[in-house]
Design a protein around this ligand. Structure first.
Ligand code: UGA
Length: 501
């Protein structure tokens, strides 16, 4: 996304302030959470008012923001806030990441992000190594640290706790700590308790602070669009003081703000990701039946998606969902439910259907090629989706591993994703070649697999590709290609949940 466009969009937002304010959904009572408390912990705290002088400074953007964690969430958030005119300090416990940012390099691919970094670096965005100093300097802190998963599926919150303890030791005045990392319910309560507990260890008087939960809904590949044009902003707060600051922060965005209790906001994030995962697994289940009865799942998806209660998005059947969010968040949500004795068997099926996709796809490949040993296979796409170089939990990587286990020779191309050379299986196989183009990958191949729906794969010179291949066979794991056109280019074509051609 060109930065020029971003600035235009932002200045448009800035000029619409009054109309934005009228569109922001505000509770009629001081706080919606106060009227509908889910439980004791959600109840609104009273008697916390914002110091008018501090509020004036916030309104003038005369306070600093620190963003802790410079990953896929933290960096777009930090640069988005910098674009709005805030002074933002970016920190991360991984020092080389800060070195890279200071040198003007974004360590992962996200469209438009590097341009935005160049615009703000050294001006109102400063990547800094000194975490403690950044916490002391800032009034508003965004927690965007990692929440990886343990082998049990439970979220590993050690980075969140470490950040809370560091904040506790550096509290030097009022601070609003905004949790943005995806975390299980009651983490915000724990952050608060942890800060209180560790701040009390020192001898000084503990300054006031608030914790808010403001889950992110950024999609890799379109993160900046999500930052600047959010569909909604969800924020869990415990008092009016935190709400006032949050509303001030997000005022320029033309998006409704839903204010809730802390745990409610945390659940909204997990429920949103799980619901979307459920839609994907649902259509995959339907795709299996479509194949058996000769129906076309893409038409089925279109037909059901026209009902506004269902909607057309996230109904693309294929080799499954991956990435660092859906699989991990789904497991963490299931774990949380089990911990509390709630029946989440529905979501267990969502996960099982997704994992089973690799086998479904492998069956299709075996069905088309019979013996896979010593066959040469072109693989287009390693990233878990287009627009990113991220291969974490990518279904494509699982299929690559399975094909290598069966003794195939792979010629792989992805426009952005780098080969995961640390993956021992891939490294040691000696049967994997990373190619510079789709055309090169197709050379001498007995089949070509489309595993990531990069739009540019649609427009490849398919006739030339056919001439380079040993056998003209395409297996499309993402239903990306037009069956008729690919058939006309001389290929046998198999896809997911659509009649074979
Ligand atoms: C997801 C959510 O969409 C974001 O709202 C959320 O903020 C983010 O997780 C997060 O928790 O941080 P993301 O993981 O970037 O975003 O990617 P998605 O675009 O949601 O795709 C996830 C996976 O589902 C991909 O592997 C994609 O190929 C797959 N997918 C998506 C399908 O298989 N079919 C579909 O119809 C849609």
């Amino acid at each position: 996304m060109p930065s020029r466009g971003l600035l235009l969009n932002l200045s448009r937002s800035a000029t619409c302030l009054s109309s934005v304010a009228s569109q922001v959904s505000r509770p009629e009572v001081p706080l919606a959470v106060g009227t509908h408390p889910l439980n004791e912990a959600e109840r609104l705290e009273t008697g916390f008012t914002l110091d008018p002088q501090l509020f004036e400074k916030i309104q003038k953007k005369d306070v600093k923001i620190a963003v802790l964690g410079m990953g896929h969430v933290g960096l777009p958030t930090a640069l988005g806030l910098a674009s709005l005119g805030w002074d933002v300090l970016g920190t991360d416990s991984f020092a080389p990441l800060i070195d890279k940012l200071q040198a003007g390099t974004v360590p992962f691919y996200e469209p438009g992000l590097e341009q935005l970094l160049h615009e703000h670096l050294g001006a109102n965005f400063q990547p800094v190594h000194d975490l403690e100093g950044a916490i002391r300097e800032a009034t508003i802190l965004f927690l965007c640290v990692g929440t990886p998963q343990k082998s049990s599926g439970e979220a590993d919150l050690s980075q969140v706790e470490a950040a809370a303890r560091t904040i506790a030791n550096q509290l030097n005045g009022y601070k609003l700590i905004i949790e943005k990392s995806t975390v299980p319910a009651i983490t915000a309560q724990w952050i608060k308790r942890t800060i209180r507990r560790y701040a009390r260890n020192s001898e000084r008087e503990v300054p006031d602070f608030d914790v808010a939960s403001n889950p992110e809904f950024l999609q890799e590949g379109v993160a900046l669009k999500n930052v600047f044009h959010p569909e909604r902003i969800v924020c869990g707060v415990q008092n009016d003081r935190a709400r006032q600051i949050i509303e001030e922060l997000y005022r320029p965005f033309e998006a409704p703000i839903l204010i809730t209790g802390l745990s409610t906001a945390e659940i909204i994030k997990h429920a949103a990701n799980s619901f979307l995962s459920m839609k994907i697994s649902f259509i995959k289940m339907v795709a299996d039946l479509c194949e058996l009865v000769g129906a076309d799942v893409t038409e089925v998806a279109k037909g059901i998606g026209m009902d506004h209660r269902i909607g057309p998005d996230f109904l693309q059947a294929g080799i499954g969902f991956g990435g660092y969010c859906f699989p991990k968040d789904l497991r963490a949500f299931i774990y949380l439910a089990e911990e509390h004795g709630a029946d989440f068997s529905l979501l267990k099926q969502v996960e099982a259907i997704n994992i089973h996709r690799t086998e479904v796809f492998m069956k299709k490949v075996r069905g088309a090629l019979w013996v896979l040993h010593d066959k040469t296979i072109a693989v287009l796409g390693l990233a878990f989706k287009p627009g990113t170089d991220d291969t974490r939990e990518s279904p494509s990587m699982r299929i690559v591993e399975e094909l290598l286990k069966e003794g195939s020779t792979l010629r792989v191309f992805d426009p952005k994703a780098l080969p995961l050379l640390e993956n021992a299986l891939l490294k040691d196989s000696g049967k994997l070649m990373f190619c510079e183009s789709a055309l090169e990958a197709a050379n001498t191949a007995h089949a070509l697999l489309v595993l990531t729906e990069w739009p540019e794969f649609r427009d490849l010179p398919w006739s030339t590709i056919r001439d380079r291949m040993e056998l003209p066979l395409v297996i499309d794991g993402r239903n990306l290609l037009d069956p008729q056109a690919i058939r006309e280019a001389g290929f046998e074509y198999l896809s997911m949940g659509r009649p074979d051609l």
